[in-house]
Design a protein around this ligand. Structure first.
Ligand code: NIG
Ligand code: FE
Length: 406
């Protein structure tokens, strides 16, 4: 016999997500892995031998479903403090934009992050990352964007890298220097963008940047300013993503598409022309129903147009202290179904294979031999159960790279 597998999981059904549609379901499946990669994904009946002879460890799942490890492709989970007081202000009628314009919002988290050293940032962020992981997310994207000065942005990105080391979860970092205008640059947004363009190559050289993002919005940055940041990213060979058309249609999706962005995120107000541009460039639409829910938005993203034009849709938590204090990607899937009318299958694809695409990763998001051994064993009777239950803890076991992490 060839070298034994490290592990073999039996006694559950598999939602492999292989193929372009459906769950890629395999009833009474078996999943084998070695050296962090899947080596067998199929029916138990098709195993090439007796389980105990194939693998060093055989686990009987005892029912339930196995999916690929979830990919949370849009988070701001590294931050200090919280914004519960702002939540109360909004409940009394103040809007997110009004709060931002009066010096609160993102900038209030910037103040907290500037006061926090790297260890403090890590200590406050780890429980959030752990919550996401133990709810099934084996890959987390983490953005900077609350430092808004070189040292603060660097601290955030370093803390994000340390989350990966501490928890064993995969972390992809995104530089979001163009998130908001820090108070010391009031009235000088173009100068601030100049500083952001100057920091990016330095942080990249330190190995801290996997992708580049910006907030193109009335309360963020203009298309022209975003373009300057994207041009620097392109020169460095870095992929871009964009917070696009969240509160208004500013042409963000079209700009993202022009730069071949991995994703345009939020996209509630994206126009038909923006959708068409995304379809042409293969840019993923990242849906963030947590922010939509918390801000009590009413304009839905153009889901029907995304479907009609074949724009892949991802779903992410947007975990952040202002608009989406959401610590469960499965809950984001639930909200995507309820608010945006995604099918449970679309929501699961959005949190796995399309989430991976939104990060430019093709080695995960599907259960297939050769891909990473990232998978979750869920206590559900059918895959739709993942989107049906609100709250609870359905993940019985979470594996990343063949290691059990939860
Ligand atoms: O994705 N829109 C901008 N950025 C975040 C919110 C950040 C914050 O309010 O702290 C978002 O919703
Ligand atoms: Fe965001």
């Amino acid at each position: 016999m060839t070298e034994a597998w490290d592990g073999l999981l039996l006694g559950a059904h598999l939602a492999t997500l292989q193929g372009d549609a459906g769950y890629g379901a395999i009833e009474d499946g078996a999943l084998g892995w070695r050296d962090g990669r899947l080596v067998f994904v199929g029916r138990r009946a098709d195993l090439p031998g007796a389980p105990e002879r194939l693998a060093d460890m055989v686990v009987d799942a005892g029912g339930g479903w196995i999916t690929p490890g979830l990919v949370d492709c849009h988070t701001h989970l590294v931050f200090a403090g919280d914004r519960a007081a702002e939540f109360e202000q909004r409940l009394q009628g103040a809007s997110y934009e009004e709060i931002a314009r009066s010096g609160g919002g993102i900038v209030s988290t910037v103040r907290a992050v500037r006061e926090a050293d790297e260890d403090t940032l890590l200590a406050q962020s780890l429980p959030r990352a752990r919550a996401l992981l133990c709810d099934g997310a084996t890959t987390l994207e983490v953005k900077s964007g609350y430092g808004l000065e070189l040292e603060g942005e660097r601290r955030m990105l370093r803390a994000a890298r340390r989350i990966a080391q501490s928890l064993g979860v995969e972390v992809r970092t995104t530089f979001l220097g163009a998130h908001a205008l820090p108070p010391e640059y009031a009235g000088r947004a173009d100068d601030y963008i100049g500083a952001v363009c100057d920091w990016l190559p330095r942080l990249h050289e330190e190995g801290l940047v996997d992708a580049v993002d910006a907030f193109a919005e009335r309360i963020g940055f203009s298309i022209a300013q975003t373009r300057r940041v994207f041009e620097v990213a392109r020169d460095l060979g870095l992929a871009v993503k964009l917070h696009a058309d969240q509160l208004s249609d500013g042409g963000g999706a079209a700009l993202a598409a022009e730069f071949g962005a991995l994703s345009a995120d939020h996209v509630e107000h994206t126009s038909p022309a923006g959708v068409a541009a995304m379809a042409r460039s293969g840019t993923v639409a990242v849906l963030l129903p947590g922010a939509f829910h918390v801000l009590r938005e009413t304009t839905l993203p153009p889901i029907a147009a995304f479907r009609a034009q074949g724009v892949a849709m991802a779903v992410a938590t947007d975990c952040n202290p202002g608009t989406s204090p959401l610590l469960s990607l499965r809950q984001a899937m639930q909200l995507a179904c309820t608010h945006f009318r995604l099918t449970p299958e679309e929501a699961l694809r959005g949190a796995t294979v399309n989430g991976a695409r939104a990060l430019g990763l093709d080695d995960r998001g599907v259960l297939r031999a050769g891909l990473r051994a990232d998978f979750v064993h869920w206590d559900v009777a059918r895959p739709a159960g993942l989107c049906y239950w609100l709250g609870g803890s359905l993940a019985r076991a979470v594996y990343a790279g063949g290691q059990r992490l939860c």
